[in-house]
Design a protein around this ligand. Structure first.
Ligand code: PHE
Length: 384
């Protein structure tokens, strides 16, 4: 707006000066300028308006105000005029120059505004778009099983303990009555790592959670050492230890990484009968079915004697009638009790190691263990 009025002012001034000029005498240069000043104004407006970018605009400006621009030429021409005319014509040229500068600034502003506008539009947020939903996550089916196992055993007075996945040879095998070179070591195809323990034997990725039997017993003894020293009794050990375990094994029912949950109940009068009662109760609660049969099938583990595999049988459903192995178990071997730092003449009990992956497959009717570890969200979201 301010530019328009300035331009009009210049136009008027120029016309008036021109009228006087014409009267004053023959100055062809100025005459022609004044006559063309209306044209200039139009050309100028057009040149500026057509400049699509700031650099085009600067070029257009040079046309008027540059070294060989029109205004510059007019200024140079002033020198040849009589003093009186110099004043009036000089003033007129200045006005014209100001008008050009105003027009120029206006266009500069318009270009800058347009650029800002484009930028804002490019960055515009469409607030009417539906938001990107963050879907509520869910626990992995095996985690659900772990939680369930923990709850059930906690309700029977069992503690829950965590242990290291990178384990020493002693805890994984020797402490469990499975000395180096014993043939029972080949029961598990173990992963070893390039780090040696204090005994010079490489650490292993624990092939079972059983090392936790001895680890937990040590911690338990330490915790109650004062109590025992001052004549008190050592409370019973009742614990489950869920966690990840590793073996060189891979097919539809075996994964190199899998889960186990160890159980240990050790006291002065804990028997195999208690193992049967506890495990039967656990299975019936876990599968929410009293219609479940358990079978303790004689087996061998270096760390239990006698030992048994625990099989379960559903009475109905798609698996009805089949015996399915869910755990290894047995009465804790006296040699292991000794390695726990306890007197095997006094302490006796049972241990079991079950497979939460297997339990999850049975509970949800999944037939391929690998599905649990593929991380396919379509599979996993079914368990939310
Ligand atoms: N650790 C044994 C396994 O991995 C299972 C087990 C645990 C057996 C405790 C007896 C007692 O097969």
């Amino acid at each position: 707006m301010s530019h328009d009025s300035a331009a009009i002012g210049v136009a008027l001034g120029a016309t008036r000066t021109g009228a006087r000029l014409q009267r004053a005498g023959p100055f062809p240069f100025f005459k022609s300028y004044v006559q063309r000043s209306g044209n200039h104004r139009r050309q100028r407006a057009e040149a500026f308006a057509k400049a699509p970018t700031p650099s085009d605009l600067e070029n257009a400006k040079a046309h008027f105000l540059g070294k060989s621009g029109r205004i510059t030429a007019l200024m140079k021409g002033l020198g040849a005029l009589p003093v009186e005319d110099k004043k009036t014509q000089g003033a007129a040229i200045n006005l014209a120059k100001q008008a050009i500068e105003a027009a120029l600034n206006e266009r500069r502003q318009a270009l800058a505004d347009a650029e800002l506008e484009t930028q804002l539009r490019a960055e515009a947020l469409d607030v009417s778009l539906p938001g990107r939903m963050r879907e509520p996550g869910g626990l992995h089916p095996v985690s659900l099983t772990m939680e369930r196992i923990e709850q059930i055993f906690a309700s029977m007075g069992f503690d829950v303990a965590d242990g290291p996945e990178l384990e020493s040879d002693w805890y994984s095998f020797t402490a469990l009555n499975n000395p180096p070179n014993h043939p029972a070591r080949s029961m598990q195809d173990t992963f070893y790592v390039d780090i040696n323990g204090d005994d010079g034997i490489p650490y292993n990725l624990r092939p079972h959670t059983s090392p936790m039997q001895v680890r937990y017993a040590h911690a338990h003894n330490k915790k109650y050492a004062e109590q025992v020293k001052s004549g008190g009794t050592l409370p019973e050990i009742r614990v489950i230890c869920p966690g990840r375990t590793y073996r060189v094994d891979s097919d539809a029912t075996h994964s190199p990484m899998f889960h186990q949950c160890e159980g240990l109940w050790l006291g002065e009068n804990v028997s195999f009968k208690d193992l049967k009662a506890v495990f039967t109760d656990f299975c019936r609660t876990f599968f929410e079915s009293d219609d479940l049969a358990l079978r303790f099938r004689p087996s061998f583990f270096p760390f239990t004697e006698p030992s048994a595999e625990i099989d379960i049988q559903f009475q109905s459903g798609p698996l009805a009638g089949r015996w399915l192995e869910v755990a290894g178990s047995g009465q804790v071997h006296p040699a292991v009790v000794r390695n726990m730092g306890l007197d095997p003449e006094k302490y006796i009990g049972f241990a079991f190691g079950m497979g939460p992956d297997r339990l999850t497959m049975l509970r949800y009717g999944v037939n391929d263990l690998r599905l649990f570890f593929d991380g396919d969200i379509r599979f996993l979201r079914q368990f939310r």
